[in-house]
Design a protein around this ligand. Structure first.
Ligand SMILES: Cc1cc2nc3c(=O)[nH]c(=O)nc-3n(C[C@H](O)[C@H](O)[C@H](O)COP(=O)(O)OP(=O)(O)OC[C@H]3O[C@@H](n4cnc5c(N)ncnc54)[C@H](O)[C@@H]3O)c2cc1C
Length: 382
């Protein structure tokens, strides 16, 4: 099993303490009211969490990939909506760090440390699993590009939420994912950027997800991320890290759901004894515990490899796939342990069950992860 360093353990303790004290008590209300946890994000920024993967020279905390996973996981144990906001923000920090020019880093990273949120805009109405279907166009003009189109289901972007956006757009429609896309890093106040529909979601109700409308948005060349034509590659590099982030969300949630299930099963009496004394239910608990440990190992291995600079596409996809499926499985069985009470909003497992559902969908569905994994595994074993 992974041995955390002293620094990683200290971060874990700090975030666990904060999450238990400040996030857990408001998680049910955040969900019920669909309220964006603005104050919590501000406090997390003050603690250095929103800039945790940004080097100290830009004001960040300069922490590693495992610390990032630990932080997301700890927050997720208390509130997945908050963990999602943090995870997407850290994904955008990561892309800016890896692909941005010095000027772009100086311009955006100190703001990101302060908690000014980043959004990652790939999905469109006709391009979900298939990024090759993108329609948003970036047409070359003097000194820059004109962007037109719309992006759907964009996290960290809302009527008042979101500061900067990474947008993947078509610069050469013939080439599509093979060099035909370019990534842009722009501010939300750029003329022509509008907020479209803000979604009313099943879960993650404290997080904000909206449509981004791009109406003749002029973007100077200096706001291209990486090189023109690198857009798809940049999105995939970002998603390697993002998928480990979802795996961390999922393992945190699964641990919390198991804890709720065991607590309930120990105190609920039926037939004159705690329901946890039934072997049938103990087997559920054994399966939940085993899958969680396996999920954590996959997730940490992917994070460790990314920290070491190794290619992690396969490991990130495996971790995202297995951990998100595990979160769904554990939340479902934990709800089963709760019986009818688990179906009611009085118990947090009802929220956890809904929050788990998205994990098998965003940043690439389970089916898409299996396409990525099988491609890599077949290459490896052929
Ligand atoms: C709450 C939320 C937040 C999100 N945040 C963001 C964000 O910040 N940025 C962003 O860019 N996007 C975001 N998304 C979009 C998300 O990544 C997509 O919804 C997801 O990739 C799936 O795309 P889709 O919804 O168009 O489904 P589709 O691609 O239409 O898929 C529908 C079904 O078909 C399956 N399928 C499709 N193709 C295949 C295939 N070849 N083989 C087998 N099965 C297949 C899928 O697995 C799925 O089960 C978010 C979505 C949600 C719901």
């Amino acid at each position: 099993m992974f041995e955390f360093t002293e620094d990683q353990l200290a971060i874990q303790e700090m975030v666990r303490e904060f999450s238990e004290k400040e996030i857990r008590p408001i998680a049910q209300d955040t969900d019920k009211n669909g309220s964006f946890p603005e104050k919590t994000i501000k406090e997390l920024a003050e603690m250095g969490i929103m800039g945790l993967n940004i080097p100290e020279e830009y004001g960040g905390s300069g922490l590693d990939e495992i610390s990032k996973a630990i932080v997301i996981s700890e927050i997720s144990k208390c509130c997945v909506s908050t963990a999602e906001i943090v995870a997407v923000h850290l994904l955008t920090n990561d892309i800016i760090l890896r692909m941005g020019t010095e000027e772009q880093k100086q311009k955006w990273l100190p703001n990101a440390v302060e908690g000014k949120l980043g959004a990652f805009c790939l999905t469109e109405p006709n391009a979900g699993s298939d990024a090759g279907g993108l329609k948003t166009k970036a047409e070359k003009t003097e000194g820059g590009y004109i962007l037109n189109g719309s992006k759907l289901f964009i996290s960290n972007f809302g009527p008042e939420e979101g500061d900067h956006l990474i947008i993947i757009a078509l610069t050469d429609p013939e080439k599509k994912t093979h060099g035909g896309m370019t990534a842009f890093l722009i501010g939300r106040d750029t003329p022509g950027v509008q907020v479209g529909k803000t979604e009313d979601k099943m879960g993650l109700r404290g997080a904000v997800v909206s449509e981004v409308i791009l109406d003749n948005v002029y973007v100077p060349e200096a706001e291209v991320l990486g090189k023109p034509g690198d857009g798809f590659k940049i999105a995939m590099i970002g998603l390697d890290g993002g998928r480990i982030g979802i795996a961390a969300q999922a393992t945190g949630l699964a641990e919390a759901a198991l804890s709720e299930g065991v607590k309930y099963a120990n105190q609920r009496l039926q037939f004159g004894k705690p329901i946890s004394s039934n072997q049938g239910l103990q087997w559920y608990i054994a399966d939940m515990g085993t899958r969680i440990e396996a999920a954590k190992m996959l997730m940490l291995e992917a994070a460790d490899k990314r920290q070491k600079g190794e290619k992690v596409t396969k490991y990130a996809a495996m971790a995202k796939y297995f951990c998100s499926e595990t979160a769904g499985y554990v939340c479902d069985l934990s709800l089963q342990l709760h019986g009818g009470y688990g179906y009611m909003k009085d118990y947090p497992i009802e929220r956890m069950y809904r929050d788990a559902r998205i994990m098998r969908i965003y940043e690439g569905t389970s089916e898409i992860q299996k396409i990525v994994i099988s491609r890599e595994v077949i290459k490896e074993y052929t």
